[in-house]
Design a protein around this ligand. Sequence first.
Ligand code: COA
Length: 161
Amino acid sequence: MYAGVCVREMQERDLDAVLAIEQSVQAYPWTRGQFADSLDAGYWCQVDEADGELRGYAIMMPAVDEAELLTIGVAATQQRKGLGRAMLGGMLELARAKNMRRVLLEVRPSNMAAVALYRSAGFSEVGLRRGYYRDASGSEDALVMACELLDGTNGAGEANG
Ligand SMILES: CC(C)(COP(=O)(O)OP(=O)(O)OC[C@H]1O[C@@H](n2cnc3c(N)ncnc32)[C@H](O)[C@@H]1OP(=O)(O)O)[C@@H](O)C(=O)NCCC(=O)NCCS
């Protein structure tokens, strides 16, 4: 587990800092409006903040008994220290506590860091959406990944955390 993890709910006042991280680490960043809409919609929006510095964020959208991880990002200076895994593990715990059956996500297959993070947290590949993302050459497929929460087979998030 990331030693200094300090997760709290995202507030509207965090949006400048969240957007600054998003724009520096994501090849295709979300807009401010997308983050604001997620807050307004009541999605589960979390940030990690230490000593007044916002270091990461994650957003999950609940839907009946499934939740979808919409985005996760860690500031470039904080990457590869376990924060992404800790934040994702916290989101999975929240989903489990809210009796979600599973968590789904879509990811670019070219995003090797994210795919590796998700696999290490217990996600496996369950499908492909062809041409889902735009990219420089036109479009890129989306890998659909799922983490089953209620069948007792996916403790990997905690075990690795
Ligand atoms: C994906 C991301 C959130 C990972 O955050 P992080 O804090 O750096 O990840 P962690 O340090 O917790 O790493 C957990 C595991 O993920 C994998 N991983 C993370 N970064 C990796 C990299 N650059 N290359 C390969 N694997 C990587 C590894 O399996 C790692 O475990 P290990 O360090 O024991 O080998 C971060 O790279 C990021 O913000 N990327 C840009 C935003 C993005 O692509 N988000 C996902 C799509 S919305």
